[in-house]
Design a protein around this ligand. Structure first.
Ligand code: G3P
Length: 222
């Protein structure tokens, strides 16, 4: 399973990339607005693209097809690994198709049902992003969307990649991996949580205590 980092934080991306833990990055207008501050968001995206070799999703903010195509074209010029993120709307699906014809990869965002995933795939999306956590928060089973989309895509050999988004906890990652999502995009705090287990901490503490006792015994006068 591929991991993307769901952030525009250069510090977090740099750490995860150095550790070889991430295969790409996803951003959205909220994340980019938070990171960019007074900087030009395109400069931030350029920097992110230099930190990771894999795909970097950058979202359009226009709501009409022409605007999406204009913004998508501008975003795609930033770097070869930019993937243009397009919302799941009527105008968005036309933009996805035209960008695909131009050889520009897209990630259809704000998907909340498996049939939306199928529609995005039919339009020509490279990735579809079902939002698991936001569905759980309105009392729906977010993981069902991943499960259904996996079956549908496998039934028809659809190559569009299922990108599990809006991940809230490590269990989401495990379940998405077991179902066979192609990618999970993780906020940095969730990626860091994947490293943790209380028995790891306890074991390390014990190893060091035993070692220090041995050193102390060796130094003690006979
Ligand atoms: O970037 C898309 C998605 O992962 C956003 O998740 O945490 O805002 O629900 P969240």
């Amino acid at each position: 399973m591929k991991f993307f980092l769901d952030t525009a934080s250069l510090k977090d991306i740099s750490w995860a990339a150095q550790a070889g833990l991430i295969d790409g990055v996803t951003t959205n207008p909220s994340l980019l607005a938070k990171q960019a501050g007074d900087l030009d968001p395109k400069d931030v995206l350029k920097e992110i693209c230099s930190l990771v070799e894999g795909p970097v999703s950058a979202e359009v903010v226009a709501l009409d097809t022409d605007g999406m195509l204009r913004e998508g074209g501008e975003l795609a010029k930033i770097a070869d690994n930019i993937v243009v993120k397009i919302p799941m709307t009527e105008a968005g699906m036309v933009a996805v198709r035209r960008l695909a014809v131009d050889g520009i990869k897209t990630n259809v965002t704000l998907c909340f049902s498996s049939v939306q995933c199928l529609i995005a795939a039919k339009a020509g999306a490279s990735y579809v992003s079902p939002f698991i956590g936001r569905l759980d928060e309105v009392d729906q089973e977010g993981m069902d969307v991943i499960r259904e989309a996996r079956v549908i895509f496998d039934n028809y050999q659809i190559a569009t990649q299922i990108l599990a988004a809006s991940i809230r906890h490590p269990r989401h990652v495990v379940e998405a991996a077991m179902i066979g999502a192609d990618v999970a995009t993780l906020p940095p705090d969730i990626l860091k949580k994947l490293l943790l287990h209380p028995l790891t901490d306890r074991g390390l503490e014990q190893f060091l205590a035993d070692w220090n006792n041995r050193v102390a015994r060796a130094k003690a006068p006979v």
